[in-house]
Design a protein around this ligand. Structure first.
Ligand SMILES: C[S@@+](CC[C@H](N)C(=O)[O-])C[C@H]1O[C@@H](n2cnc3c(N)ncnc32)[C@H](O)[C@@H]1O
Length: 275
């Protein structure tokens, strides 16, 4: 979602661990609303060819960007020494038909899907194996689900996707509501995770009320556990485009297919490290 669209603000930051340019945090209230009761459109007039055409239009520039190239390089350069991925779970894309007033949401859904598919393709190319892909989004309309199926991505009802997360899963969720992150990370930690950065979470913490602080602190604890067992890469961004703002890539350093992350989590729990 682009900044300045009137719906929510995103935190812009310089690349690199923990560095922020300003504290222009997205509206926490919006995220909470998304977690509890997203606005659901009842139907779509779009056909599958319409959605496909929208996808091509929305993604052309991003697909050809340095950011897309960099994303592929990060994955291909690191695949050999990190958790092997067998399953990919994509969460919170939004609908490809969010209504006439919401073109920024539509673009985000398409571009974020494109990045997910691109990452999966690079992983598959290197492993020589097909990765089973799932997508979960409470806002999905029948047309969204049908479109995803044409791309070999299986749409699942919320919260079914949580059960697919393990040390060999690629978990992908851009700007997910905090409650969703907490549910996701409370189970097994993923081998590869593209999601909200620690810096983004820490910025949100500054403006959160007491109740939300507790929630965000728990997520920060879990992301730190993931961070300790992983290598982190800032998600490549295009200046002025906030589609992937406050997003990092965590990839478990794997000697044993991603089990390191789970081991680290158990160790920290045993030593009563704050989660
Ligand atoms: C802040 S919006 C982000 C949308 C989009 N990724 C973006 O960056 O513009 C959060 C999205 O998460 C979705 N969401 C809420 N609960 C979810 C859940 N349990 N599983 C998957 N998605 C969920 C919402 O419907 C909403 O589309």
């Amino acid at each position: 979602m682009s900044a300045g669209d009137g719906e929510w603000q995103v935190a812009a930051r310089k690349r690199g661990k923990g560095r922020t340019t300003h504290r222009n945090t997205r509206r926490a209230a919006f995220l909470e609303e998304s977690a509890e009761g997203p606005i659901r459109s009842t139907g779509s007039s779009l056909s599958i060819p319409d959605v496909r055409a929208d996808h091509e239009r929305a993604c052309k520039a991003w697909r050809e960007s340095h950011a897309a190239e960099k994303l592929q390089t990060i994955i291909s350069d690191n695949v050999a020494h990190h958790a092997a991925i067998e399953t990919a779970v994509c969460l919170g894309l939004g609908s490809f038909d969010p209504g006439p007033e919401r073109s920024n949401w539509q673009r985000c859904a398409h571009v974020q899907l494109e990045a997910f598919l691109m990452a999966v393709k690079v992983l598959e190319k290197h492993s020589g194996r097909k990765i089973k892909c799932y997508a979960q989004e409470p806002l999905f309309l029948p047309v969204d689900k049908e479109y995803l199926q044409t791309l070999d991505v299986e749409p699942v009802e919320t919260p079914q996707a949580y059960r697919y997360i393990s040390g060999n899963t690629f978990l992908y969720g851009i700007h997910l509501p905090h409650k969703v992150w907490l549910s996701l990370l409370q189970g097994s930690l993923p081998g590869l995770c593209i999601g909200t950065s620690l810096a983004g979470l820490e910025e949100t913490l500054v403006v959160a009320d007491e109740q939300k602080r507790e929630l965000i602190q728990k997520i920060i604890g879990m992301v730190r556990v993931m961070d300790a067992a992983s290598d982190m890469y800032a998600f490549p961004e295009i200046a002025g485009d906030h589609t992937f703002s406050s997003t990092d890539i965590y990839w478990a350093k794997a000697k044993d297919g991603g089990g390191d992350v789970e081991m680290k989590r158990l160790e920290m729990l045993l030593h009563r490290t704050e989660l």
